[in-house]
Design a protein around this ligand. Structure first.
Ligand SMILES: [Mg+2]
Length: 244
């Protein structure tokens, strides 16, 4: 364990997954396992086709699709354990078809490798809207799960509101290290305006990457601490992590 002085300098990197670490090889293929899961757990996929999922938690996507049928966020979250079990089964079924799957975005593998070498400077963890089962399946499929397996992570089953995940993950860090980290020690790395809003609501730093649905200019409008086209320049990314 690190001493209090080192802990006060630690930079906690909170990674988003979709559009930041990786992307699906088949755009929109998530709808197949979302729809079959929602039918089994909630009896309907509702208006899933009209939901714009970027930046939402998986449970929020389900809520948005089902709210016209009078389901509340609490109704969705109350089915948490069934939801995780069915989602995992349905996702694996779809991914068995080899054309499906995920690819790692430019520079991410190198950024994780490099940052994990400096254990007294950086910690990698997840702040993702993905359900925990989805995060693990996706990251395992591209060989990156081990970077996060033992980290305090925040997943989509915690809340339908991404902003809640930031204070949740901070609480996990406080418990694990028995240290009260300041909000500015957390750096959210994400591809959507929602990642920026989440960081600001908590007081965290935020680095945006234009590797998802939003352009560099789109993201700049929300005033993140830094924006990258992608993470291919590892040195520049590491330098930015130190200086934001
Ligand atoms: Mg994302």
């Amino acid at each position: 364990m690190l001493e209090a002085e080192s802990l006060s300098k630690l930079r906690i990197l909170l990674w988003d997954i979709d559009g930041t670490i990786l992307l699906s090889k088949v755009s929109g293929s998530y709808k197949r396992y979302f729809a079959s899961t929602m039918e089994k757990v909630f009896g309907s996929a509702g208006e899933l086709d009209s939901v714009m999922p970027s930046g939402m938690t998986d449970t929020q996507i389900m809520y948005e699709a089902l709210k016209s049928r009078n389901l509340t966020p609490e109704d969705i979250l109350s089915k948490r354990s069934l939801l995780l079990r069915v989602f995992r089964e349905e996702m694996l079924k779809v991914l068995e078809c080899k054309a499906e799957g995920f690819f790692v975005l430019n520079g991410v593998r190198e950024a994780l490798e490099k940052t994990s070498l400096y254990k007294d400077v950086f910690v990698n963890a997840l702040l993702t809207g993905n359900l925990s089962v989805a995060a693990e399946i996706k990251l395992r499929s591209v060989g990156l799960w081990d970077y996060f397996a033992d980290s305090p992570n925040a997943f989509g089953e915690i809340s339908c509101d991404r902003k809640v995940l930031a204070s949740y993950v901070a609480g996990l860090f406080q418990n694990k290290y028995d240290f009260n980290f300041s909000p500015q020690q957390f750096i959210i790395i994400g591809d959507t305006p929602n990642d920026i809003v989440t960081a600001r609501s908590f007081g965290a730093k935020v680095i945006s990457v234009a590797t998802g649905k939003y352009s560099y200019e789109d993201l700049l409008r929300y005033k993140p601490d830094a924006v990258f086209d992608d993470l291919s320049d590892t040195e520049k990314f590491l330098e930015t992590l130190q200086n934001v």
